[in-house]
Design a protein around this ligand. Sequence first.
Ligand code: HEC
Ligand code: HEC
Ligand code: HEC
Ligand code: HEC
Ligand code: HEC
Length: 357
Amino acid sequence: MVRRAALVALLFALGACKSTKAPPARDIASLEDATTCRPCHAAIVEEWQGSLHATAHADPIFRGLRELRSKKEEDLDAKCAVCHAPVKSTDGVTCFACHATASLHTGPGRGSNLLSWSKTGTLYGPSDLPEDRTPVHGTAKAPAHMKDGASLCLACHGDLANASEVPLCQTATEWEATKTTKTCVDCHMQAAKGAATVATTKVEHRSHRFAGPRGLWTKTSTAVAGLGMVGLRVDRADDAIEVHLENRTGHAFPSGFPGRFAKVIATAGEWRQEVLLGKRYVDAEGNPVIAAYGVKIAADTRLTPGETRVVKLMPPKGAGPVDVKVVHGLLPPPLAEKIGLHGELTELRVIATAKVE
Ligand code: HEC
Ligand code: HEC
Ligand code: HEC
Ligand code: HEC
Ligand code: HEC
C-alpha cells in the first residue's frame, strides 16, 4: 500500500515537473507581426518588406480588380484574402503565414485553407532545430514543405480556375511541364549575403525579396539573378528576320496572374510589327472579358515552359536595320482603364533588345 502511494506521489511529482517545464506561453499575436522578428532576423525582415508578399493585401492592381469584381460577386474579400491576406486583412503574406505552418493539407481549398498553423508559437524553418532555441518562439524539426522548395508556394501559386472552370493561374502545371530540377525556392529565393539569424555564423541566407518581374516597376526587388526572363536573338533569313525567343523561367512566360503580357516589337524606319505573348479570355459571345468571367481561353500565345520559339517577321524590302525589343506589361490597358489605374504600373518595361543590320 505504502509503495503504491509513493508511486502515485511520484507520478504526481513527475506531472507537476512536466508542467513547470512546459514551453513558455508565447505571444501569438506578436508573432503575427513581422516587426517582432527584426531584432534577430534583420536582413530577412528588410528583404521581405520590399517584396510583393508584404503588400499582397494592399497592392493597387489587386485592390482595383477586387473592387471591380465585387460589383458583381458577393463575399469577395474573404475569397481573395486566403492568399492575399491570409493572416489578417491589414497584412499581406507575412512571416507567420509561411513559418507557423506546421502541416499542409491537400484538398479543394486554396491558400490559408491548406495551411495548418501552430497554436503554440512554434515556427518552422528549413533546418532541423532542437526545441526552444529562443524564448521568443518555438523551434522544431523542419517539416517536408519547408525543405522541398515548392509545396508551400503552391498552396497559393498553384492552379486556380474561375467559376466556369476556365484556368486562371497555371504556374503549378507549367512548372511540372518543365524539365528543370530547380524548385521555386532555387530561383525565387536565391542566396543573399548575411546571416539568417543574429548570432549564427552562416554567412548566407535565402533571400526573402521573392524576386519577380514586378521588381522592374517597384525597383525594390531585383530580377531572378543570372537568368533574365527571355533570351532574344535576331537573324536575317533572306527577306525575313527570325526572332528567337527563349523562355528562361521555370514555367510559362509570363506566368501567374492571367493579365500579364509581353510583346515583341520590331521596327525599321516607318515599319513596325508587334507579336503578343499573353492570354485572351472571351465570354459566350466571343467578346473579350477579364479572365474571371471568361468561358474560354480564345488564345494563349505565351512562351510555353522551356520553349524556344522562332518568330518570322517580314520587314519591307530595303527597310534597313531592324530593332527588336521585348516589353513586359502587368495588366491589359483596358483593365487598367476600368480600375482607374494610372501612372507607373501601367507602363511597359523593356526586358530584352537586339538589332540586325
Ligand atoms: C489561390 C490563391 C489566390 C487567390 C484565392 C487569389 N489570388 Fe490573386 N494572386 C495570387 C498569386 C499567387 C498572385 C501572384 C501571381 C503573379 O505574380 O503573377 C496573385 C496576383 C494577383 C493580381 C496581380 C497583382 C499584381 O501584382 O499585378 C491580382 C490583380 C489579383 N491576384 C487579384 C485577385 C483577386 C481580386 C482575388 C479574389 C477574387 C484573388 N486575386 C484571389 C493568388 C491568389
Ligand atoms: C530574440 C531573437 C529572435 C526573435 C525576436 C525571433 N527569432 Fe526566429 N530564431 C531565433 C533563433 C536563435 C533561431 C535558431 C537559429 C539557429 O539555430 O540556426 C531562430 C530560428 C527561426 C527559424 C528557423 C530557421 C531555420 O533555419 O530553420 C524561423 C523560420 C524563424 N526563426 C522565424 C522567426 C520569425 C518569423 C520571427 C518573428 C515573428 C522570429 N523568428 C523572431 C531568434 C529569434
Ligand atoms: C528556373 C528558374 C525558375 C523556377 C524553377 C521558377 N521560376 Fe518563377 N520565374 C523565374 C523567372 C526568371 C521569372 C521572370 C521574372 C524575373 O526574372 O524577374 C519568374 C516569374 C515568376 C512569377 C511572376 C509571373 C509574372 O509574370 O508576373 C511568379 C508568380 C513565379 N515566377 C512563381 C514561381 C513558382 C510558384 C515556382 C515554382 C512552382 C517558380 N516560379 C519556379 C524563374 C523561375
Ligand atoms: C512565402 C513564404 C515565406 C515568407 C512570407 C517568409 N518566409 Fe522565411 N522562408 C521561407 C522558406 C520556403 C524558407 C526555406 C528556404 C529553403 O532553404 O529551402 C525560409 C527560410 C527562412 C529562414 C532560414 C533562412 C536560412 O537561409 O537559413 C528564416 C530565419 C526565415 N525564413 C525567417 C523569415 C522571416 C523573419 C520572415 C518575415 C520577415 C519570413 N521568413 C517570411 C518562406 C517564407
Ligand atoms: C499565402 C499565400 C502565398 C504563399 C504561401 C506564397 N505566395 Fe508568393 N505571392 C502570393 C501573392 C498573393 C502574391 C502577389 C501579390 C500581389 O501582387 O498582389 C505573390 C507574389 C509572389 C512573387 C512576386 C511575383 C512578381 O510578379 O514579381 C513571387 C516571386 C512569389 N510570390 C514567390 C513565392 C515563392 C517562391 C513561395 C514559396 C516559398 C511563395 N511565393 C509562397 C501569395 C503567396
